[in-house]
Ligand binder design. Sequence first.
Ligand code: UDP
Length: 428
Amino acid sequence: MGTIEGRKPQVVLVPFPHQGHITPMFQLGAILSSRGFSITVAHTEFNSPNPSNHPEFNFLLLPDSLSGCESSYMNSLNEILAINKNSKERFHEYMVEMLETQEQHGQVACVVYDTLMHFVDEVATRLELPTVALRPNSAAYLRSDHVILQLQADNLIPLPESQLQDAIPTHPLLSIRSSSAIIWNSVDMLEHESLVELQRHYKVPIFPIGPFHKMAPKFNTSLIAEDTSVITWLDKQAPNSVIYISIGSLAIMDKKELIEMAWGLANSDQPFLWVVRPSSVSGSEWIECLPEGYEELTRESGCIVKWAPQKKVLAHPAVGVFWSHSGWNSTLESMCEGVPMICRPYFADQVVNTRYLTNVWKIAIELEDPERKGIEKTIRTLMRDKVGKELRQRALKMKQELELSVQKGGSSWNSLENLVEFIMSFTQ
Ligand code: UDP
């Protein structure tokens, strides 16, 4: 492969520097690397990856001037603006250098960038370098953005309270920037309708080649150290008995919610593996605000850690339910292991994903009452009632269908073949 004699074509990746965005971009890098491309990652100083975990990639450091800035969802708009402003010129210099040395290192085929890193598109347009956008979240989420923008343009927002639960009529979609294609960490069988609608709107090819983590060789992209002792703890639990709880890398809760969760879990009489990320409870460093004696009381049934090897946890036979914030990576990881979910969304795509998980794919229940009684009831429904059994059966069926999608001849496999061919066409 490669148009410059003996050299692999190069693909440059530009991830947005948060866990839920870095992971799919690196997985995509691994997928493209296994298909014969040489991968260079241009990354910010903030949340910079560990190059030693990825010896097959080259790395370029972008200045971002974010050091010391508070990292949270609430601050993410400032982060996005600062990165886009501060990284652009250096990125331009890197690209000029790469283009000048293509003879030695292989032709630069294209830049794949997270759509939040829009400076890339500007630089690449200046240099006449093709770009491909990566959407690390569901197609349904982008579709919902379009609908909201259109409702706004039609002066229909805010909707009257009486209409908040009504289905929204289909609206024409709006336009975006100048990428040559869009890659989705999604699967045709999950999001066929949304993908078809988005394809109709964006005139460029769309490649749903997910779930990336099932298409990519396994490697670690965690920004926080994983507590691997949880696997030994899970080994001691009965099959399908454990509730695994994690709200991802950004969501934050208040102390009252943590305490209600703690009692809801303890009262459910099910074993639980609970990830409480440091600083994820406002005003607390970790779990110091749990009721006195709580850890002693739940010593037998509970395991609380700061960060877990989530994909391995979900694949463990002891795990029966995933209580999640419904981030897109977590959603796909749970689906791929056939684990039904309890959804407690906090913001952004988590709300849309929850709607799909509960109403379309029907493999989850939304936690509507986050107080201890509501939690206990939801857990019991999922673990012990007929409804829970049905959700589990559907989740297992979905797992099998997803397995077929990534196998030779499956939709994601075929879409990847087309993507590779598409990127190669830039080197002709
Ligand atoms: N994750 C993990 N260990 C944990 C909690 C989360 O490895 O204890 C990983 C999880 O596997 C997923 C990512 O962090 O790949 C979270 O991404 P997601 O899109 O679900 O949520 P976000 O963090 O972007 O809100």
